[in-house]
Ligand binder design. Sequence first.
Ligand code: 5GP
Length: 124
Amino acid sequence: MAYAYDDQNIFAKILRGEIPNSTVLETDHTLAFNDIQPQAPVHVLVIPKGAYVNHDHFAAEASDAEIADYTRAIGQVCQMVSVTPGAGDGGYRLISNAGDAGVQEVPHLHVHVLGGRVLGRMLE
Ligand code: 5GP
């Protein structure tokens, strides 16, 4: 499958330094920054630096080094979020929207990490 990537999307501009961001973590292949419209006391977006639209694009075309780096960085952000006061004894939620059905707003792969409060039940 051929994946089309729009390099004018907001996160591509953030990665190029054209739009400022509040960085939480940066590694060789990953950037994590605070969401501009947080849906919880802590709301971090974790993105690969490579030009990938979504998880299936990433799995198909990213290198093992990129996948390892991104996976580890997500875990490190989760660890930070889980110790943020407010969410009972800790915890977090990961969300990744993709495509039309997933109502993805920004077409660059991202995982939302939410925490800092008890988030309520989903997927019942
Ligand atoms: P999606 O709906 O694609 O899963 O989520 C995109 C997220 O990007 C939204 O939560 C939105 O608030 C966030 N966002 C959109 N534009 C910007 C921006 O310029 N800076 C930051 N930090 N977040 C943004």
